[in-house]
Design a protein around this ligand. Structure first.
Ligand SMILES: Nc1ncnc2c1ncn2[C@@H]1O[C@H](COP(=O)(O)OP(=O)(O)OP(=O)(O)O)[C@@H](O)[C@H]1O
Ligand SMILES: [Mg+2]
Length: 469
């Protein structure tokens, strides 16, 4: 037995039947040496009747006798049998280096079966394509430096610095108020780097519950906790391998996680929750926050060592109120972008509107401007956005003096000619006025405004949303 284990002879037939649905073997003269029952059933004969006969007498359009002579394989050949187009594979049979005959297989009993397979595979291919493009779209950054609009010196300085460091491997810390474009900067830096072909993975540290953040970032092993998926799960650091991870709202990362993150940044490897193994990762980190991290470090709320690690390159994005000269060009850009979503083209801002926008302090920065323009497009019939299309607070808030004057006159009007509203509406009206007033006094700082009004930040934000502020 030469030490080899042989398959028992009586197994062979069953193995052949399992391996190929329909199979035929001929010798060099084209005489059938073997044909399995499935093939015979398909062509309406029996094994006994077919064996020992020339293949052309048994299978119509067969070319097995030719392959047995030429030794040239014919793969995926279309062969018409019983009126059906079948897919045939014909292989020369070589034994000890000598051509002894040919082996043929036929796939699919009928065109319906073939169609069925084809449709099944086709729909899988389509599905795969869909997920692939979606995955690529989501993983890859969507914006470049061309999408960062603004010509003011403050903005250009930040943009230039970002452009210059995009090729570097160092961590970047983006600082800026809400809506100033931190995420857009992160996208642009990634797309302009050598990592552009690899994933860009954004994580919002503030929106993931503390107990899930670790497994989200580093992954977990099977059975790490109840509800853990079978086979475990990769973390976002691994998903971002060779690419960039964008840790948004880093100031909201709990202290316990900060030390784990620091370890990853130093060691360049992650350890899954519930696992022992470490996996090397090559990821560039871009972090962002609207918080004053330096102050948080002093207060012991943010790890000093992590702060230094992230702060290798610091880019401060100026708020919109400090670059009001950019408002016309950003406004025009956003109008085009938002307009296209509504299939509205060639829209412009009137001179009065531009002036009015330049007077506002923009606590919500560019995101707020975008919302204002979206609202305007919704109420606009023509092509030019006028003051009437702006939300009430912008129509009212021309400047502090005017607001105060207006508020005074409104209060006076309310007293002198009381237009009676329901109590609910009256309270809402008063609330809105109080919020607007507080925002004027604090120059748009929502946190301070909430403090003055002695309400929580969350309820302040909720109310702003309700009153469209
Ligand atoms: N310089 C810019 N030019 C054009 N559009 C911009 C610019 N900066 C920001 N935007 C737009 O403003 C919106 C807000 O930007 P982004 O989400 O990057 O801000 P953010 O700083 O991450 O805000 P937050 O702190 O609230 O998350 C986005 O729709 C973005 O496309
Ligand atoms: Mg953001």
């Amino acid at each position: 037995m030469n030490g080899l284990i042989h398959i028992p002879n009586d197994w062979l037939e069953e193995i052949i039947n399992l391996a190929a649905e329909r199979i035929v073997i001929v010798d060099r003269n084209g005489i059938i040496l073997y044909i399995n029952p499935a093939y015979c059933e398909f062509i309406g004969t029996t094994v006994e009747m077919a064996t020992g006969r020339h293949v052309l007498d048994v299978i119509e359009n067969s070319r097995m006798h030719i392959v047995a002579q030429t030794g040239q394989a014919e793969l995926a050949a279309v062969q018409s049998i019983n009126g059906s187009e079948m897919i045939a594979n014909r292989f020369p049979l070589m034994v000890n280096g000598e051509l002894v005959g040919a082996l043929g297989t036929v796939m699919f009993r009928n065109p319906e079966e073939w169609l069925h397979y084809q449709q099944k595979i086709q729909s899988l291919v389509e599905e795969l394509k869909y997920y692939k493009t979606r995955f690529e779209k989501e993983m890859k950054s969507k914006y470049g430096f061309n999408d960062l609009i603004g010509n003011s010196p403050e903005f250009l300085a930040a943009k230039k610095l970002a452009e210059r460091v995009s090729g570097s491997q160092s961590s970047v810390l983006l600082l800026g108020e809400s809506g100033t474009g931190k995420e857009l900067f992160a996208h642009a830096i990634h797309s302009n780097s050598k990592r552009a072909a690899f994933p860009f993975v954004p994580i919002n540290c503030a929106s993931i519950p503390e107990h899930l953040l670790e497994s989200e970032l580093f992954g977990y092993e099977e059975g790490a906790f109840t509800g853990a998926k079978k086979g475990g799960k990769k973390g976002q650091f691994q998903n971002a391998n060779f690419g960039t991870i964008f840790l948004d709202e880093i100031g909201d990362m709990p202290l316990s996680m900060q030390s784990k993150l620091l370890r990853v940044l130093q060691e360049k490897e992650v350890q899954r929750v519930g696992g022992q193994k470490t996996v090397p990762v090559d990821v560039r980190v871009i972090a962002a926050t609207h918080r004053d991290l330096e102050k948080m470090v002093q207060e012991g709320k943010f790890r000093k060592d992590l702060y230094y690690r992230l702060n290798v390159i610091k880019i401060e994005i100026p708020p919109l109120r400090k670059r009001k000269v950019d408002i016309p060009i950003i406004g025009t850009h956003l109008l085009k972008k938002v307009g296209a979503n509504f299939h509205r083209y060639d829209l412009h801002l009137s001179t009065e509107v531009i002036e009015r926008l330049q007077h506002h302090i923009w606590p919500g920065n560019i995101r707020e401007l975008e919302n204002v323009l979206e609202r305007a497009i919704n109420v606009l019939d023509g092509k030019t956005i006028e003051i009437v299309h702006l939300p009430l607070y912008l129509r009212e808030l021309e400047d502090n003096r005017q607001v105060h004057q207006q508020m005074r006159s409104e209060v006076e009007k309310d007293i002198s000619s009381p237009t009676l509203m329901s109590l609910k509406d009256t309270v809402a009206h008063a609330e809105k006025q109080a919020i607007l007033h507080a925002l004027v006094v604090t120059k748009g700082n929502k946190q301070e405004a909430a403090k003055i009004l002695q309400i929580s930040k969350t309820s302040f934000y909720d109310k702003c949303k309700i009153y469209n502020i």
